[in-house]
Design a protein around this ligand. Structure first.
Ligand SMILES: Cc1cc2nc3c(=O)[nH]c(=O)nc-3n(C[C@H](O)[C@H](O)[C@H](O)COP(=O)(O)OP(=O)(O)OC[C@H]3O[C@@H](n4cnc5c(N)ncnc54)[C@H](O)[C@@H]3O)c2cc1C
Length: 400
């Protein structure tokens, strides 16, 4: 069996590793558009910006791994089309045949047309090269404006403050991360950034972006403009699913895949940020933009290619590090639905665990700076709500 993987990121590299670990001896070609071998992105907005980690530490596998495992890694190579009938991937330089194809094309930062139209110094953060260029700009006294108080925006704010830059974050919602975390927990993140000197402007509608002598001037409705040496636009990502759409695969907020990560074409699977997965235990489609999913999707897709009939049931998991706050989250809170919160510990003091309850189920759990909590959280999420779950006096470990 000849496997082609499109996308040289974490999901792609994880799939290639799993294929070899499971004894696959056929060809594996990984086609990646970036010039670098696959690397992990979480350090790009954390240690790499702070200078506490180096680019090579982010590599998924050492550079020699690909040759040692007979994985034909083609960096700097873009797949330009798919011919599903003939099972061929089109490249600028020719075609690649496949028996199984994995789409692991990830996601692409959303742009703001008004930022792109301006000549202001505007950047996005997705790639290693983006991060290395950004790091150069996070200097003592530099003025950094960030549009979007999501994970990336806040992590960059944290790194920039720690490097002595002054930081303004503009967020249109009333709280940062509100959609994911809800008001109570989102407030913790707002307080954290303000305590560290970030000018966090919530409910801020950006109405214009201009360049003035090489500075970015960001106009905000109802208040004065923000002037910055650099403007980071961090307003989320879109799945890189155009290749799949053009080939006629079903696409709706990513490549639609079933519980086994298979598209309706029996030869084509999708994994990682680009996959909109019919999650059997969550009972809904989810497209998860997290490190853990890229690894486990990639590995799972490889096993399915080799004949496994196990569906992918792992719950979404993610983490963030900002200043001295470490957080891990497991589970999924369906958008818009009402939920209850049970807090154990000291939320305002940032040493706590939180459970989200929806109807009779624990649907998500999170801890702040309580590293022993992730095991019990994983065990409890998905379970039925009991009196003990609802009682913050019952230690999390006792719920397992
Ligand atoms: C700055 C940053 C920080 C993050 N921090 C965290 C974190 O703390 N915790 C967490 O859980 N997650 C984090 N994430 C998210 C996590 O990194 C992603 O979920 C993960 O990278 C997804 O992996 P992927 O392989 O699906 O896609 P990607 O990493 O996006 O890789 C896809 C690759 O495919 C290539 N590609 C696309 N189209 C083509 C084509 N046609 N031909 C060839 N190649 C193509 C792209 O160039 C890209 O290199 C972070 C992401 C970023 C950007």
């Amino acid at each position: 069996m000849n496997v082609v993987v499109i996308g040289g990121g974490l999901a792609a590299a994880s799939a290639a590793a799993e294929l070899r670990e499971q004894g696959h001896t056929g060809d594996i070609v990984v086609v990646g558009g970036e010039p670098h071998p696959p690397y992990e992105r979480p350090p790009l907005s954390k240690g790499l910006l702070l200078g506490s980690s180096q680019p090579q530490e982010a590599s998924v596998h050492p550079p020699e791994w690909y040759d040692e495992h007979q994985v034909d890694l083609r960096t700097g190579t873009v797949a330009t089309g798919l011919d599903l009938d003939r099972r061929r991937v089109r490249l600028e330089s020719g075609e690649l045949p496949y028996d199984r194809l994995l789409l692991a094309t990830g996601a692409t930062p959303r742009h703001l047309p008004m930022a792109d139209a301006s000549r202001a110094p505007v950047v996005h953060l997705r790639t290693l090269d983006d991060a290395l260029a950004l790091r150069e700009r996070l200097t003592e006294g530099a003025r950094i404006a960030i549009i979007g108080a999501g994970w990336i925006g806040l992590e960059v704010a944290s790194a920039a403050r720690q490097r002595g830059a002054s930081v303004t974050v503009l967020e249109s919602a009333p709280l940062p991360l509100q959609r994911v975390l809800g008001d109570e927990v989102a407030t913790v993140f707002a307080d954290l950034h303000r305590e560290h000197g970030v000018d966090l402007r919530l409910g801020a509608q950006v109405v214009g972006i201009e360049d003035e002598h090489g500075e970015a001037v960001v106009h905000v409705e109802g208040s004065g403009p923000v002037v910055a040496d650099l403007l980071l636009v961090a307003v989320g990502v879109s799945p890189t699913d155009e290749l799949a759409a053009r080939a006629g695969l079903a696409v709706d907020n990513g490549v639609l895949v079933d519980a086994w990560l298979r598209t309706p074409d029996p030869h084509v699977l999708a994994a990682g940020d680009v996959a909109n997965h019919d999650h059997p235990t969550l009972g809904t489609h989810v497209r998860v933009e997290h490190w853990d999913t890229a690894i486990h999707h990639g590995r799972h897709a490889a096993r399915v290619m080799l004949g496994s009939d196990e569906p992918y049931t792992r719950l979404p998991y993610f983490f963030t590090d900002q200043y001295d706050l470490g957080m891990e989250y497991v589970g999924h809170v369906a958008g818009g639905a009402g939920h209850d919160l049970v807090v154990r510990g000291d939320l305002a003091g940032r040493q706590a665990s939180v459970l989200w309850l929806q109807e009779d189920r624990v649907v998500a759990g999170m801890h702040l700076n309580d590293w022993d909590a992730i095991g019990p959280l994983r065990a409890v999420v998905g379970r039925q709500v009991t009196d003990a779950v609802r009682d913050p006096a019952v230690p999390l470990a006792d719920l397992v």
